[in-house]
Ligand binder design. Structure first.
Ligand SMILES: *[C@@H]1O[C@H](CO)[C@@H](O)[C@H](O)[C@H]1NC(C)=O
Ligand SMILES: *[C@@H]1O[C@H](CO)[C@@H](O)[C@H](O)[C@H]1NC(C)=O
Ligand SMILES: *[C@@H]1O[C@H](CO)[C@@H](O)[C@H](O)[C@H]1NC(C)=O
Ligand SMILES: *[C@@H]1O[C@H](CO)[C@@H](O)[C@H](O)[C@H]1NC(C)=O
Ligand SMILES: *[C@@H]1O[C@H](CO)[C@@H](O)[C@H](O)[C@H]1NC(C)=O
Length: 401
């Protein structure tokens, strides 16, 4: 029997095993979720395997799979799509063809991918941005920021900030017929991390204050200073995003030193002098009762990690670390969270903190939803729940932008 047949057989067995991993009850489209979950677990497994035999780095396996889904800038009957650069940063623009009496609203879109993979050119981002542009008659700007591990923090954020500032210039907005008072920044997953940070920075920069009308964060990741929030425990094995995958990949945004992810897994990564920051993510105070279930709050262990990463205390990396006076000035906000999502509590805590300081927040919680659902809008894994989320987000934009 050939090696190829043997490998194929091996992967089939593994895949079947992954597919049979149970998923929570009360989940929408359970078989599709099992399939997606199995794909992610297989990717992670193959990544570990390839890294160990020296074929490819763990994270490269994720990038290669994502890159297979990149699209070319193809215009259609409604939208002109072009790739260009804003201040040397590659962006993809979606410009509605339909004539409009008024100036157009605009959405700045920041994609997810745990800082190491993905692009606004991926087919699912392309679909979302086309729909947004078409439905709202909006100009959409997808930012192709640089990725880790090649480019570390704060490169991704700086790319997003520079591209946004470039777009916000009066002459650029005028060129695309955009109404300067109707601009939203949107991101999903780690794109939500970046979107939240971009909006905090612009809003607290005198030159750009009140230039952003709204922000939309779809199942955002907003902190990794406490990795034992209830959702981080309840959903540590997924579905879709697991504790291992998220910590392993997210750490690459800071370092390739493996002691950092090991410390994060044990929740022992924060330095002694970070104690005062925990009030910003203290789920004991900030998480609504219904999500606490039977978890008991325990303080993380401080000062165990020898290496010191100042970035871990930086609100540009973890937007939940911004203090109340920095949050107070934020624009109206849409936050979507999913029940079956390891980073669910980040979004829930941001909702509480923003409301506590008087920011106008619309919060949709998907009781049966999973992390990443809006990225599964194409065959073979087409999630109706993902489309439902996109509808909710776009309806909010229609009313609020
Ligand atoms: C163009 O817009 C119309 C009206 O919204 C829609 O029915 C049609 O499907 C759109 N075409 C494409 C290619 O998206
Ligand atoms: C954008 O910039 C990159 C390098 O920064 C360059 O390779 C590319 O040709 C530029 N693209 C356009 C459309 O100007
Ligand atoms: C978190 O909140 C609980 C309850 O208010 C409190 O007892 C605990 O000291 C807080 N922990 C930190 C690190 O702020
Ligand atoms: C941290 O440093 C101390 C003293 O330099 C050493 O004994 C200890 O093993 C180190 N811990 C780790 C986890 O590297
Ligand atoms: C909030 O953080 C900003 C920036 O770090 C700082 O200038 C300000 O004094 C802080 N405000 C409070 C109330 O701690």
């Amino acid at each position: 029997m050939g090696c190829r047949t043997l490998c194929f057989g091996f992967f089939c067995v593994l895949f079947a095993y992954c597919v049979y991993t149970p998923v929570p009850e009360n989940i929408e489209e359970p078989w599709k979720v099992r399939f997606i979950d199995a794909l992610v677990k297989m990717t992670s497994f193959v990544g570990t395997l390839f890294e160990n035999i020296g074929l490819m780095k763990y994270e490269e396996v994720f990038s290669v799979i994502a890159a297979a889904h990149y699209t070319k800038p193809i215009s259609d009957e409604n939208i002109t799509v072009i790739d260009t650069n804003f201040s040397d940063i590659p962006v993809r623009l979606y410009l509605p063809k339909r004539k409009s009496e008024r100036q157009r609203p605009a959405v700045i879109y920041i994609h997810g991918g745990i800082f190491v993979f993905g692009s606004c050119k991926m087919s699912t981002s392309d679909d979302l941005n086309r729909w947004t542009a078409n439905k709202l008659g909006a100009v959409v700007v997808g930012i192709d920021y640089r990725l880790a591990p090649q480019y570390r923090f704060p490169t991704a954020l700086e790319d997003c900030v520079f591209a946004s500032k470039f777009f916000l210039q009066d002459k650029v907005l005028a060129e695309y017929g955009v109404d300067p008072s109707r601009i939203c920044v949107m991101g999903d997953s780690s794109g939500g991390t970046l979107a939240a940070a971009v909006v905090q920075l612009l809003q607290n920069d005198p030159e750009f204050k009140d230039r952003i009308k709204a922000q939309a964060l779809i199942y955002p990741g907003l902190q990794l200073i406490d990795t034992f929030l209830p959702s981080y425990q309840d959903y540590k094995h997924g579905p879709v995003l697991t504790r291992e995958v998220i910590i392993k990949l997210a750490c690459l945004y800071l370092t390739e030193d493996e002691t950092l992810p090991q410390a994060l897994l044990k929740n022992e990564h924060m330095p002694e002098e970070s104690r005062h920051l925990f009030k910003f993510v203290n789920w004991s105070d900030l998480l609504p009762e219904k999500y606490k279930k039977n978890h008991v709050y325990t303080e993380p262990i401080f000062g165990k990690l020898n290496a010191s990463y100042v970035a871990l205390m930086d609100h540009r990396l973890f937007p939940l670390l911004a203090n109340d006076s920095q949050l107070q000035s934020l624009p109206r906000t849409y936050i979507l969270t999913c029940e079956h999502d390891i980073i669910r509590d980040d979004g829930l805590i941001y909702v509480t903190r923003l409301r506590n300081v008087g920011v106008q927040v619309t919060h949709d919680h998907m009781e049966k939803g999973i992390h990443g659902a809006i990225s599964f809008t194409r065959a073979p894994v087409f999630l109706h729940s993902g489309l439902k989320m996109i509808d909710k987000y776009i309806s909010w934009l229609e009313e609020n932008l």
